[in-house]
Design a protein around this ligand. Structure first.
Ligand code: SF4
Ligand code: FES
Length: 250
């Protein structure tokens, strides 16, 4: 099927979203709650675009990360109205998270140097994009959730501080776009969500890899022994390239 984005006719597959088609064709659309490998969520609304069906009918503002493509859609990604919406959203986010670099950068790109709203008294870096919660669910740990509503919402552990379901994989901290989740790795020790985990040594080079709890969790989900997950990324890559060379007889 064909969709028209910013005056260009582009080929698209039915299972794609407008955001995916735009990205594949080098058309930039800012996003904050979208993350490769996770289901779209539609929370930040920064990816909004203007859309009409067949060039007629009302112009609708839709989040491009949720909007499936349809034949004959006409889309504009950077109209004055869309830029205004994004600027207001970023202005609000800047009041919530004045110290988050990603928000500062995006706000500046949209002409917002400082927030025109009353800044939060207790600012943190969390923009409630929900990426950490979805990443944790994708890992299968389901240790995180949200508490409170609206501007008072926050990411939290069950009952406020029960980190018992956390396996210390770090998916939440590593995927957070604003660095709001504190994780420290010191030698073989990892601290996150108030817990201390021990990271297993890579059987080949001895470098600390995933936590004992993460290896056990992966073993439980896959039915494979926990030791199969022990190699660090560098050794895994080396093993894979050795295997490839063996296979091609070099
Ligand atoms: S902690 Fe980070 S990933 Fe989680 S909701 Fe907040 S900004 Fe998003
Ligand atoms: S990226 Fe589409 S709503 Fe956040």
């Amino acid at each position: 099927m064909i969709v028209n984005i910013n005056g260009r006719d582009l080929l698209a597959s039915p299972e794609e979203t407008l955001l995916q088609v735009a990205r594949r064709n080098g058309i930039p659309i800012p996003t904050l709650c979208e993350h490769a490998g996770l289901e779209p969520w539609g929370g930040c609304r920064l990816c909004v675009v203007e859309m009409t069906r067949g060039g007629t009918g009302p112009v609708r503002v839709v989040p491009s990360c949720l909007q499936p493509v349809e034949d004959g859609l006409r889309v504009e990604t950077h109209t004055p109205r869309i830029l205004r919406i994004r600027a207001v959203l970023l202005d609000l986010l800047l009041a919530r998270t004045p110290d988050a670099r990603r928000i500062q950068e995006l706000a500046l790109e949209h002409g917002v140097k400082r927030t025109s709203f009353v800044p939060r008294r207790d600012p943190d870096k969390c923009i409630l994009c929900n990426i950490c919660v979805r990443a944790c669910a994708a890992v299968g740990a389901d240790a995180l959730g949200t508490a409170g509503r609206g501007a008072a919402g926050r990411i939290s552990l069950p009952f406020g501080d029960d980190a018992s379901a956390c396996v210390g994989c770090g998916a939440c901290a590593l995927s957070c776009p604003t660095g709001a989740i504190e994780m420290t790795d010191r030698g073989s020790e990892r601290r996150i969500w108030g817990r201390t985990f021990q990271r297993l040594p890579c059987p080949s080079c001895g470098a600390p890899t995933l936590t004992r709890e993460h290896a056990a969790h992966l073993a439980g989900r896959s039915g494979l022994p926990a030791e199969s997950f022990g190699a660090c990324e560098r050794c895994r890559r080396e093993q894979a390239s050795r295997l490839f060379l063996d296979l091609v007889g070099k």
